[in-house]
Ligand binder design. Structure first.
Ligand SMILES: Nc1ncnc2c1ncn2[C@@H]1O[C@H](COP(=O)(O)OP(=O)(O)OP(=O)(O)O)[C@@H](O)[C@H]1O
Ligand SMILES: [Mg+2]
Length: 387
């Protein structure tokens, strides 16, 4: 379905990098969504980042945790640079530890109602319209009577819908048929269901997200890789990207006078240039000359190297007389060096995107494209570098 057809349904942006693009604008506003995944898949962090980013935008929200202590959440969030305590002080975020009374756990006489009473009070006081209920499965597991468990869920669902609350429930993926029954019911209740997982591919851990359903809306239907790291979760909806390249611009010098003459005056702006050649044919020298010339014109260059360390490359370029130290000192040239095998392809991509966003370079050099086959077990392309 085209994105503009989704307009009838109100959307609540998550403000999580890349997720709103996949959800065609965000979660269904005033409705319940579900996020399901195994241990450590990132469910809690998705919920927390949704509320944290909303709080930063002045939209208050309440995070109810059936599993983790509020103090632990605050500390964990700090590793992602999320200052939860600050938002709590501003009254835009409330972390609610929903701890069960031991007596009620033993007798099985507990339910969602006492939490809803507290929640109601807090929602009104804060004027909040967003709620995350984290690890709802913990509560469901403690209710042995299946019908009662479903009634509790139904009561919760109705309660949230009556108040026009945008709710995100997180649950652990069911391990057996018994738990799967609760899951099936939650799945039916939710208007939007998202699966997350953390799998190992070629010895590298890779996180994936898939939207399973979204009532009344189109959505990106693929599995999307995502990365957890500062400053939060980043999804890479590459298959959602349109062909929206800018047209080629004016010519500019390659940094090699003879080459400029050969190709009609230089490279074109907004173009991708592939330099191909076997070992020792001068690919790095060409990329370095290109970078030096660009920085000499007052432009910025990001040099991504999967082949050599920054120090080794700088030293090697002394021989053909290319001194890259001054533009580095001036901040116009920056290196991003990494061993291809160190992380998965998406993590490399996220790092590069983050640096591009921060530094806003005019040109990006990547050396070499052929090293990319070492990210995962793919067939190697021919030896190339591209600028
Ligand atoms: N600062 C960080 N940098 C990188 N990764 C992080 C960081 N903080 C947390 N993570 C990753 O996030 C994972 C935890 O995510 P989260 O707590 O959201 O998972 P979960 O799906 O809620 O797990 P559970 O089912 O156990 O509650 C950790 O295992 C870790 O891999
Ligand atoms: Mg969790």
């Amino acid at each position: 379905m085209a994105q503009d057809q989704d307009d009838a349904l109100r959307k609540c942006p998550t403000r999580i990098e890349g997720l709103d693009q996949i959800l065609h604008g965000g979660l269904p506003a005033g409705r319940t969504s579900l996020i399901i995944g195994g241990p450590g898949a990132g469910k809690t962090l998705f919920g927390l980042e949704f509320l944290y980013r909303s709080a930063l935008a002045g939209e208050p929200g309440i995070f109810i945790s059936f599993e983790e202590r509020a103090a632990a959440l605050r500390v964990n969030a700090l590793t992602l640079e999320w200052q939860l305590a600050e938002q709590e002080q501003h009254g835009t975020l409330f972390l609610f530890e929903a701890r069960m009374e031991p007596k009620a756990v033993i007798t099985g006489e507990f339910g969602i109602q006492p939490f809803l009473a507290i929640l109601d009070h807090k929602l009104k006081a804060m004027g909040a319209k967003r709620v995350v209920i984290d690890a709802l499965d913990v509560l469901m597991r403690l209710i042995s009577d299946e019908t009662r468990a479903q009634n509790e869920l139904l009561a919760l669902h109705r309660w949230l819908a009556e108040r026009d609350i945008t709710a995100l429930l997180t649950v652990k993926a069911p391990r057996d048929a018994d738990h799967a029954r609760h899951y099936d019911f939650m799945d039916y209740m939710a208007d939007c269901v998202i699966h997350v997982d953390n799998r190992v591919l070629g010895q590298l851990s890779t996180r994936r997200l898939r939207v399973v359903k979204y009532r009344g809306s189109g959505f990106g239907t693929n599995e999307y890789p995502f990365v957890i790291g500062r400053p939060g979760i980043t999804l890479l909806p590459i298959s959602e990207t349109n062909l929206s390249h800018r047209p080629l611009g004016e010519r500019f010098s390659t940094g090699v006078a003879g080459l400029d003459g050969l190709i009609g005056g230089g490279f074109r702006r907004a173009s991708s240039i592939l330099v191909s050649g076997s070992s020792g044919t001068g690919k790095t020298t060409l990329c370095s000359a290109f970078s030096l010339a660009a920085c000499g014109r007052g432009e910025k260059v990001l040099y991504i190297s999967f082949e050599e360390s920054e120090a080794a490359l700088l030293s090697a370029m002394q021989s053909p007389g290319i001194d890259l130290r001054p533009p580095i000192a001036a901040g116009s040239l920056r290196f991003l060096t990494a061993l291809p095998e160190a992380t998965g392809a998406e993590q490399h991509l996220v790092k590069a995107f983050a640096l591009i966003k921060e530094m806003q370079p005019t040109s990006v050099v990547m050396e070499s494209a052929s090293a990319c086959h070492r990210f995962e077990r793919r067939r190697p392309p021919s030896s190339t570098s591209c600028a």
